[in-house]
Design a protein around this ligand. Structure first.
Ligand SMILES: Nc1ncnc2c1ncn2[C@@H]1O[C@H](COP(=O)(O)OP(=O)(O)OP(=O)(O)O)[C@@H](O)[C@H]1O
Length: 228
């Protein structure tokens, strides 16, 4: 059954910078359904990150409506139902890999033993169990980013929002990261939205949404904005 995870109408987000206001998102109307695989493309500064934050309830719109229809209210979204992956690996330096992956569960008051076991299972699934005891500073950029993906997956979220997850990686490491993410999500109804400048990433997803000057064009037709 396809479920409506996020529904938004006429979202607008204006940032106030002193006397000036910046319209980061001008008008966005969209729906994210379970199982969707969406690429969010657009020039730098067009509003992609702001849109992801709005989708995940990390930010609130200046006007317009957003509802997490099948997920519940904003306060209940993270980390269980919606997980973020950011461009810079955001691992906590004093914790080793398995502790970093287990962290969302620990913050959700899951028993440490159960959290560690679940974290080890995700690390195994994505081929990282050998580095479970390493500290973040010992990891390559690609490994750190895959650990961040593991951490996003540990709660089996309904929606993953990834902001330029391959932005700091070389081409082959970026491909590996996406391979891991898509393979792990295959057969699940977890939805995925990836903000990216990389066409190779966008081409592997089912829908392409394009943002320009804060305006969102949603489409399932990738050809449209890829111009092929
Ligand atoms: N906290 C903030 N305060 C003020 N202005 C902001 C803030 N966050 C973003 N902006 C502005 O809003 C606009 C959209 O920014 P956003 O980061 O959403 O774009 P983006 O498409 O993700 O860019 P990039 O591809 O470079 O990451 C930009 O003009 C940016 O400078």
């Amino acid at each position: 059954m396809v479920e409506m995870l996020v529904e938004a109408q006429n979202l607008r987000r204006v940032y106030q910078r002193g006397e000036n206001s910046v319209v980061a998102v001008d008008s966005a109307t969209f729906a994210i359904t379970s199982g969707a695989r969406i690429a969010l493309m657009g020039p730098s500064g067009s509003g992609k990150s702001t849109l992801l934050y709005l989708m995940g309830g990390l930010d609130t719109p200046t006007s317009g409506k957003i509802a997490w229809t099948a997920l519940g209210d904003r306060k209940s979204l993270r980390p269980q139902k919606i997980a973020f992956v950011f461009q810079m690996p955001s691992l906590l330096a004093p914790l080793n890999v398995v502790e970093n992956v287990a962290l969302p569960l620990l913050l959700g008051n899951i028993e440490p033993y159960v959290a560690r076991k679940a974290a080890m299972e995700v690390l195994e699934r994505i081929g990282l169990s050998a580095i479970a005891d390493k500290m973040p500073e010992e990891l390559s950029g690609g490994q750190a980013q895959r650990v961040a993906v593991a951490r996003a997956l540990v709660y089996r979220p309904r929606l993953i929002l990834a902001d330029e997850p391959t932005g700091q990686l070389d081409r082959s490491t970026a491909k590996l990261l996406l391979d891991v993410l898509l393979a792990t999500l295959e057969g699940t109804d977890t939805a995925l939205v990836v903000a990216t400048h990389d066409r190779a990433v966008a081409e592997r997803l089912d829908s392409l949404w394009y943002v320009r000057h804060g305006n969102l064009l949603t489409s399932s037709n990738k050809q449209l904005a890829l111009g092929n």
